[in-house]
Design a protein around this ligand. Structure first.
Ligand SMILES: CC(C)(COP(=O)(O)OP(=O)(O)OC[C@H]1O[C@@H](n2cnc3c(N)ncnc32)[C@H](O)[C@@H]1OP(=O)(O)O)[C@@H](O)C(=O)NCCC(=O)NCCS
Length: 150
């Protein structure tokens, strides 16, 4: 475990930094500030941020459906300067732990088929590919739909 990385629930004061990372990572597919605000305040689930030596390094939004007892990773991103240091892994670990605690049956997510680093991260955590979603992204790119059974 990297002790320089602290994962905790998001605060309202983190929103601007989260939006900077979101826009840097996802361009036209980025959530708007309004959508991100909704995710962190009203949506069911957990929204976590990772701090690396005190700096906001990344975040994950796991939204839950209590009706289906499942979760969905809506967004996970790590600031380019903090990648490859275990931040994404720490965020996903904590989200999966949360999912276990509230006894979800599974977590779902979509990922661009050419996003090798994210696919590798998800597979390391036990996610498997379940289907392909054609034309899923704004630019027409396809996605893998992945699932982690809990
Ligand atoms: C995907 C992402 C969240 C990974 O975060 P990270 O903090 O760099 O990842 P970690 O350092 O925790 O690495 C965990 C695992 O991810 C995979 N990984 C991370 N960077 C990788 C790279 N450049 N190439 C291949 N695999 C990589 C590896 O499996 C790695 O495990 P390892 O260190 O044992 O090899 C980050 O690259 C990112 O924010 N990308 C842009 C946003 C994005 O694509 N989000 C996912 C949308 S579905």
């Amino acid at each position: 475990m990297n002790t320089a990385i602290l994962v905790e629930r998001i605060s309202l004061s983190d929103l601007s930094e989260v939006m900077e990372i979101e826009n840097a990572c996802f361009g036209v597919d980025a959530f708007s500030r309004r959508q991100m605000f909704y995710l962190m305040t009203y949506a069911k689930g957990t929204f976590l941020v990772a701090r690396h030596d005190g700096q906001l390094a990344g975040y994950i939004a796991l939204i839950t459906s209590r009706r289906h007892n499942t979760g969905r990773v809506y967004s996970i991103a790590v600031s380019p300067q903090y990648r490859g240091q275990g931040v994404g892994s720490a965020l996903l670990n904590k989200a999966i732990k949360y999912a276990h605690i509230i006894e979800l049956k599974a977590i779902f997510l979509e990922v661009r088929m050419d996003n090798d680093s994210a696919i590798s991260l998800y597979e390391k955590k036990g996610f498997t590919k379940r289907s392909i979603r054609l034309n899923y992204y704004e630019d027409g790119a396809d996605a893998y739909s992945m699932v982690l059974g809990l």
